[in-house]
Each structure stands twice: as structure tokens, then as C-alpha cells.
Write a protein that binds this ligand. Structure first.
Ligand code: BTN
Length: 330
């Protein structure tokens, strides 16, 4: 993890260059605003270039930003969030073990509802069911949102479905791709996983202190690693073009805000209804239910209002699934 002060200096430098995008910013002005010596400005510009920013150096007069960088720093995201609570506190890391781990720690330390942690790269990204999440540097979005909902821990499944719908809406609206949700929260394009959600919480004695919704999106990966190619993909691979991670991240945080308010105001049935409309897995899908003990075949029968997936097993009995893993039977 880079030192916090490095994060802040880079954020300040981007903010200044973006604000003055069409003009040349004198080196001494950059130095004083980001709080470094004049001699060090060149090194900071080099760091920013390494992060993908296109900066033109004008001999004797200063630096000019040629292209808005696609870096998920607060100065690129927060001005677009308006009054949203989600993202009002936004903590950015260039490199971190896991944004979910950081967010859980912050939640325990009292971080406010809506506090969001985002990273360019994760060295120990975590997936569901003890898996790892491949988190290639500057290619994906790795974000964790802290919520403090006035619910009991039993509401965690509906929050997960809410995150799935918010992510599905964001990705399909921006890319125009057909994005499906495999219960409970895998986002698929052409049958392969493009994003996933990890919900974790801190709770005690029936009281929910905080929920951390961690979202990983494969955005601009040019190729997935060999062991994932069969099951995972990226937006870029599927659409044959790169996407702005900043734009997707802004839209995602806004959709989370919108669906969280829908949940508070209209209840879990409203989320279940949106989820059913967004997923081909909701009704009439032939599925294989995977568990430690056995694999069973069933057909989906819709969600109940708590977010559990009703399944009719081939032997005729019905069950509401609250957690676990399913796959499509083709
Ligand atoms: C899954 O589908 O298994 C869930 C993947 C969740 C990955 C995200 S990336 C951001 C956040 N931090 C993590 O360590 N995991 C989640």
C-alpha cells in the first residue's frame, strides 16, 4: 500500500490539472498546491504518467493535462455524486490487500454510512465461498461500500440482491451489453462472469452494525488468465472496446444510492421484483444446486420477498434457497 500522503498528493495534482485542463499549469504552482519542492514536481508528474495520465511538459512554462486520466481518485468521482451519501467519504488506494478487509476495519472503527473504499489493484482480493478475486491493476473496479441499514442481520440477503441489481443496471446502461444476474449475485455477459459481489457484515445479538458490499468488475482486462478464461470475461473482451472505469464507478455509486433508498422506502419486495426482472435465473430456469453434500437438479420459481430463491426439485419438493451456488443446466 502506498503511503496515505502519496495518495493525497496525487489526488491533489489530478484535481489541479483537471481544473485547468486547457491551460499550462506552472511547475511552481503545482509544487505549492500539492506540497512538494519545485525540484520534485517532475517526479510526481512521472508517477502520474505511469498511472496512465497523459501530461505534456512545456519547457520553461509548466504542465498540461492532455487526456483526463482513468484513475478512481476522489477528485475524479466525488464532484459527480451530488448529495449522495454513498461515496461522500471515498478512500482510494493504488494497492491494497482487499477493499472489503479495509472497509470492514473502517466500519468497526465507526466509519459513516456510505463510506466507500476503492482500489486500482488488490493483492488479496476475496471472492465468495473462500475464493480469490483476480484484481489486475488499473483494469478493473474494486470497490467496497459501507452501509448502516436499520435492519436485522436477516436482511443481508436482500442487500446482496440490491447490490446485484444496481450493478446490473449500471453495466447494461453504460455498455449496452446484455448483462444477466445468476443468483445470488454473479453478473454474467454471454454466460461468463464479468462482476461479482461479496457481502460481509459486522453484527451482534440480532443487531446489524454495518454491511460491507464489495463489488469487483472486470472492465478493461484484455485477456483473462488461463484458469479463468472458460468462466470469466471482461466488458472490454465482450464489447471489443475499452470503457471508462471512472464513468462506471460514478454510475455504480449513484445506482447503489438509488436502490438503497428504494429498499428503505418500498421494502424488500420492491428489490426482489427488480431482481426478477433483471435475471433470467429468476423463473423457469433449469439449475443445478451445488452444496457440500450433493448436487441436485431443480427449476427456479421466483424470489420470495426476503430474496430467497424458490426452487422446485425434480422430486417435486420445493425449497427457498438463502445462500449457496447454482449453475444453469443447458
Ligand atoms: C464473487 O463473485 O466471488 C465475489 C467477488 C467480490 C470481489 C470484490 S472486489 C472488491 C471487494 N474486495 C474484495 O476483496 N472482494 C470484493
Amino acid at each position: 500500500m502506498l503511503a496515505d500522503t502519496t495518495e493525497r498528493k496525487i489526488d491533489k495534482m489530478i484535481r489541479l490539472l483537471v481544473k485547468n485542463a486547457t491551460v499550462v499549469v506552472p511547475g511552481p504552482k503545482l509544487a505549492s498546491q500539492i506540497g512538494v519542492t519545485r525540484a520534485a514536481v517532475g517526479l510526481w508528474v512521472k508517477t502520474l504518467r505511469e498511472l496512465g495520465a497523459e501530461i505534456k511538459g512545456h519547457v520553461g512554462s509548466g504542465y498540461q493535462l492532455m487526456k483526463i486520466p482513468d484513475i478512481l481518485v476522489p477528485s475524479m468521482i466525488q464532484p459527480e455524486l451530488g448529495e449522495s451519501e454513498i461515496g461522500r467519504v471515498l478512500i482510494h488506494y493504488f494497492r491494497i490487500d482487499s477493499t472489503n478487509t479495509a472497509a470492514l476495519y473502517l466500519a468497526q472503527a465507526g466509519a459513516k454510512h456510505g463510506t466507500t473504499v476503492v482500489a486500482e489493484e488488490q493483492t488479496a482480493g476475496r471472492g465468495r465461498l473462500g475464493r480469490t478475486w483476480y484484481s489486475e491493476k488499473s483494469r478493473g473496479i474494486y470497490v467496497s461500500i459501507i452501509l448502516r441499514p436499520p435492519f436485522s442481520p436477516s436482511a443481508a440477503p436482500i442487500l446482496t440482491l440490491m447490490a446485484g441489481v444496481a450493478t446490473q443496471q449500471t453495466l447494461s446502461a453504460i455498455t449496452g451489453l446484455s448483462v444477466d444476474i445468476r443468483w445470488p449475485n454473479d453478473l454474467l455477459v454471454n454466460g461468463k462472469k464479468v462482476a461479482g459481489i461479496l457481502t460481509e457484515m459486522s453484527a451482534e445479538l440480532g443487531r446489524l452494525h454495518a454491511v460491507v458490499l464489495g463489488v469487483g468488475i472486470n472492465v478493461n482486462h484484455i485477456e483473462m488468465p488461463a484458469e479463468l478464461k472458460r468462466t470469466a470475461t471482461s466488458l472490454r473482451i465482450e464489447s471489443q472496446k475499452p470503457w471508462s472505469r471512472v464513468q462506471i464507478c460514478i454510475a455504480l455509486l449513484k445506482e447503489f444510492e438509488r436502490y438503497y433508498h428504494l429498499l428503505l422506502e418500498s421494502g424488500s419486495a420492491a428489490i426482489a421484483e427488480r431482481w426478477e426482472a433483471a435475471s433470467t435465473y429468476a423463473k423457469g430456469k433449469r439449475i443445478r444446486i451445488l452444496s457440500a453434500e450433493a448436487e441436485c437438479l431443480a427449476t427456479t420459481m421466483g424470489l420470495d420477498s426476503s430474496g430467497a430463491l424458490r426452487a422446485r426439485y425434480d422430486d417435486g419438493h420445493e425449497e427457498a434457497l438463502v445462500a449457496g451456488e447454482i449453475t444453469e443446466v443447458k
